[in-house]
Design a protein around this ligand. Sequence first.
Ligand SMILES: [Zn+2]
Length: 397
Amino acid sequence: MTAELLLTNVRPLGGEAIDLLAREGRIAAAGAGLSAGAGATVVDGGGRLLFPGFVDAHAHMDKTLLGLGWYRNEVGPTLIEKIENERALRRERGIDAYAQSSRQARLAIAAGTTHIRTFVDIDTEIGLGGFEGVQRMRDDFREALTIQVVAFPQSGMLARPGTVELMETALKNGAEVVGGLDPSMIDRDPAKHLDVIFGLAERYDADVDIHLHEPGELGAFSVELIAERTRALGWRGRVVISHAICLGGVEEAYLGRLIDLLLENDIVIMSHGPSGLRPVPSIKRLREAGVRMCTGNDGIRDAWGPLNMPDMLLRAFIIAYRNNLRRDDEIEMVLDIATHGGARVMGDAAYGLMPGCRADFVVVDGETHVEAVIERPQRWLVVKGGRIVARGGECLV
Ligand SMILES: [Zn+2]
C-alpha cells in the first residue's frame, strides 16, 4: 500500500497554486496549506504545472520496434501492403510482444501517461501469442499504468477463418474491448463483419473500437452501419470509431447527418491528427457539435512508420498542428481530449484532479499548460495511484 504523498505548490492546469494530498491511492484533499501525517513523502512542486495523467486511448504496444535498432521502412503505400509487410516482419524477426510492450510502457510512464488502451493483433498466424505477451506486461505494470486490451483482427476476420474463435478466447481471458477493422476494405462484407463484432460485444459485455480508414462515402456507409448496430444493441456510449477519416471527406450536409448519428448513439471518435494529404475529421467541428472524442499515439516506431512517439504532449501538438488550432482555448480543448476524453472512454470514473479521484497526475515546468504542449518539457514527476512512478523523465518501475 502506498503511504501518504503531499505535493505542495503546484498549479492545476496553470491556475492558482495549491497543495495536493494523496492517501491510499486517491486524492484525499486539494487546496492551500495542507499538511500530511508522519511518514508522508513531501514533494515541493515549486510552482510547476499539474496535469491529470495523460490517456493514450489508441496504442499498439504489441508490435513496436522500439529498442530493436532502426527499422528501414520501404513498405508500399496501400493498407494491405502495410499489413502484409508487418506480418512478414513479425515472422522473420520474431517480435516478442511482452518485451516490446514493456519497453513502450516504461517510455509512456516516463512521459506522464497513466492510462493506455492498446489493440493487440490476433490472427491465425500469431494466434494469441501477442495477447498473452501483453497480458503479462499488463500484470507487471498494474500498479503503474491502467491498461485496457482490445482484441484486434488486424489481418481481417472473416477473410481468415479461425480468427473469430481466437478473439473469443482473448475476450474470455481478459480482453475488455472488441476491435474491428475497415469492414468493407478488409473483409469485403461490412454487414457481416459488424454483425460478428457486435455479436461478440453482446456475448462478452465488451465495448467496441473499430479502426475505420475507409475514405469518403464508403467510410460514411460504415459509420451508418456501426450506428445502426449500436442502437440495436443498446450500446450507446460504448463504441469508438478510430480514425474515421471519412468524416473529413464527405460533403457538409452528409457530415451533418453523420454527426447526428454519432450524437444519437454517443459514439466516440478517436483522432490522432494523422499524417498524409487526405482531409481529416475536424476536431473542432466534432467537439463543437458535442461529439465525444479521445486520442492516442497509435503505433509507435513500428512497421507502419517511424513518426509516432509515446508522448501525449507531442500528440496534442500534432493534433493542434494538423487541425490548424492556434488559440489557447483550442489547444486546451485538445488537452481535454488527451486526458478526460480518453479516461471516459476507458471507463475510469475516478479520473481527475478533484478529491476522491485516483491520484494519477503529472508535474512539469512551464508557465501555462498550453505552453507545455508547445515546449514539451521533461516530465518532472509522474504519480500513479499516489505512488511516484517517474521522476526527471526516468521511469522508476
Ligand atoms: Zn491503430
